[in-house]
Design a protein around this ligand. Structure first.
Ligand SMILES: Nc1ncnc2c1ncn2[C@@H]1O[C@H](COP(=O)(O)OP(=O)(O)OP(=O)(O)O)[C@@H](O)[C@H]1O
Length: 154
């Protein structure tokens, strides 16, 4: 484990593919967290589409807890996602932590972007093409190995 110079939290060292991004890089990628880049909201914050300098598209999950007290849950989420490597699961690209005024602590997770919307959108959203039963079965067969995967089980 390596100690993060900004937040003081412990981060994964052995995983060289996990990049620590600067806030400037993240803001540039997400057009300064513009509304047009917003793709979803979850329990911990908002998710933005971003384009990195190398042209790759990513999802940027920005935690809404800007207080210093949120470091523990952020570090926990980063560690969990970093340990998960499965073809059917979203991969962690990196993370960003920074303290800026007046917002406070910024915590962002950078993941592969999944295009074409969520499964929920496809099943219940309006305007989506109805999924046929063979396609639904295929999706279920893809989801199942992702759900069954456990990074600590050999
Ligand atoms: N990697 C991604 N690619 C594309 N869209 C994503 C990605 N991750 C999240 N989203 C979108 O953002 C929304 C919110 O995701 P997020 O992971 O923040 O919340 P959640 O799944 O509801 O769970 P949590 O309780 O962890 O916040 C999703 O429903 C999805 O529409």
């Amino acid at each position: 484990m390596e100690r993060d110079s900004v937040s003081g939290m412990e981060m994964i060292n052995g995983n060289n593919s996990v990049i620590k991004f600067t806030l400037e890089e993240i803001k540039k990628a997400a057009k300064n967290f513009s509304r047009e880049n917003l793709i979803g909201c979850g329990g911990y914050g908002s998710v933005y589409k971003g384009i990195l300098l190398d042209g790759s598209e990513v999802a940027l999950k920005r935690f809404k807890n800007f207080s210093a007290a949120g470091d523990e849950s952020f570090a926990h989420e980063v560690e969990i996602i970093a340990s998960v490597r499965h073809v059917n699961l979203v991969a962690l690209r990196g993370y960003c932590t920074a303290t800026v005024n007046p917002e406070g602590h910024q915590r962002i997770i950078v993941c592969d972007l999944i295009c074409n919307g969520s499964l929920y959108d496809h099943l219940f959203g309006s305007g989506m093409k109805k999924l046929t039963w063979p396609i639904r079965q295929n999706i279920a067969l893809g989801v199942a190995p992702g759900l069954a995967y456990h990074p600590w089980r050999c």
